[in-house]
Design a protein around this ligand. Structure first.
Ligand code: ADP
Length: 293
C-alpha cells in the first residue's frame, strides 16, 4: 500500500492555518505521526479519511484519488477518530453488527462470522453482550479498533488512541495495534513519543501544519549518536546558568533533582556523561529547531 500526500493546505473559516503545503509518503506497516496538540494531525487524518476537504494539494492511495473517489477510499479504510461516538445502550455485538450493515456487509452469516472474529481479536468476547456505556476507556478503544477493522480495510487510521488510557490498558491497546499492523497499514497519530517508539517502523514529526522530520525512528536516533549528554543540576540558579550556555533538550525531575539532557557535538564538560539518544530527544530537538527558524 502506498499513500502519497502532496502539497496539502488547509485554512479553517476562522483563519486558523492547520496544514501548510504538507507532503508525506506512507508505505506499509505502522506509521507514526507525532506532533504536539494543534500540530494539524487530526486535520490531516480527517482529510485522508475523506471527512473534510483541503484547500489545495492531492492524496493518492494506490492509484485512488482520495479527494475525488471518496467511496473507493471508504471501502478500504478503517478510521478510529479522536471523538468516537456509539449508541451507549447497545451491546458491543449489536453495535458492530449495525456498523457492519452500514459498511455493506449484507449476508447475515458473513456478518456474524466477521463480528465474532473481531470481538475475539480485540479481546472483547467476554463482554460482548454488555452495553457500551459500561466499557472502560481501554475497552472503548479496543471496540473502536474492532469497528475500524470491519470489512477488511487495507488502511487504518487511529487518532490519538492512547490518550487517557491507564498503563495496563495502553499496553493491551498497543499490542493489539501491533498485531494488526503486520497485515495492513496503520497510521497512528499521537503526541506521545513512547507510542511511536514502541510500535512504528516509520514516522514523521509535524508541527504548525508542516512536516519537520520524516524517516525511521532508528535512523533519527543514529543521527544523534554521541551527541546527547546528561547531568544532575542541584539548584535552579545553576539550571538557568546552563540554559544560557548549552542547548538543553529536556529537563526531568529525578528524586526531586533536575536531570538535564544537552545536545552537543562534543563533550560539554566533565560533569556531563554521554547517554544513548532517545526518541524524546529526537522529538524535542526537531520541535526546538523549528521554533528557532
Ligand atoms: P492536532 O490533531 O495535531 O491537535 P488539529 O488538526 O486538531 O491538530 O488542529 C490544528 C489547528 O486547527 C489547531 O489550531 C485547531 O485549533 C484548529 N482547528 C481544528 N479543527 C478546526 C475547525 N473545525 N475549525 C477551526 N479551527 C480548527
Amino acid at each position: 500500500m502506498a499513500l502519497t500526500i502532496r502539497g496539502l493546505s488547509k485554512t479553517y473559516p476562522n483563519g486558523v492555518v492547520a496544514l501548510k503545503n504538507l507532503s508525506l509518503s506512507i508505505g506499509n506497516n505502522m506509521f507514526g505521526l507525532l506532533g504536539p496538540n494543534g500540530a494539524g494531525k487530526s486535520s490531516l487524518m480527517r482529510t485522508i479519511a475523506t471527512l473534510q476537504e483541503p484547500d489545495a494539494g492531492s492524496i493518492d492511495l494506490d492509484g485512488i484519488n482520495v479527494l475525488t473517489q471518496k467511496d473507493a477510499v471508504r471501502r478500504i479504510l478503517g478510521y478510529l477518530p479522536q471523538e468516537f461516538g456509539v449508541y451507549p445502550k447497545l451491546s458491543a455485538t449489536d453495535m458492530l453488527n449495525h456498523l457492519a450493515i452500514l459498511k455493506g456487509v449484507a449476508v447475515v452469516a458473513e456478518r456474524k462470522e466477521m463480528v465474532e472474529a473481531l470481538l475475539q481479536q480485540t479481546n472483547l468476547w467476554q463482554v460482548r453482550k454488555k452495553a457500551l456505556s459500561t466499557f472502560s476507556g481501554g475497552m472503548k478503544q479496543r471496540f473502536g479498533i474492532a469497528q475500524a477493522l470491519l470489512a477488511n480495510p487495507r488502511l487504518i487510521i487511529v487518532d490519538e488512541p492512547t490518550a487517557g488510557l491507564d498503563p495496563a490498558e495502553r499496553n493491551r491497546f498497543l499490542n493489539l495495534l501491533s498485531s494488526i499492523g503486520r497485515d495492513i497499514t496503520v497510521i497512528l497519530s499521537t503526541h506521545i513519543v513512547d507510542d511511536v517508539r514502541e510500535l512504528c517502523s516509520r514516522m514523521a514529526v509535524i508541527a504548525a501544519g508542516k512536516v519537520l522530520l520524516e524517516g525511521s525512528p532508528a535512523e533519527a536516533l543514529t543521527a544523534l549518536d554521541g551527541q546527547i549528554w546528561s547531568r544532575i543540576v542541584a539548584t535552579d540558579d545553576e539550571l538557568r546558568g546552563l540554559e544560557s550556555q548549552f542547548q538543553i533538550v529536556s529537563t526531568h525531575l529525578v528524586s526531586g533533582q533536575h536531570e538535564i539532557r544537552v545536545f552537543s557535538a562534543s563533550s560539554p564538560g566533565t560533569a556531563f556523561r554521554a547517554v544513548p539518544p532517545g526518541l524524546e530527544d529526537v522529538y524535542f530537538l526537531t520541535l526546538s529547531r523549528n521554533n528557532k527558524n
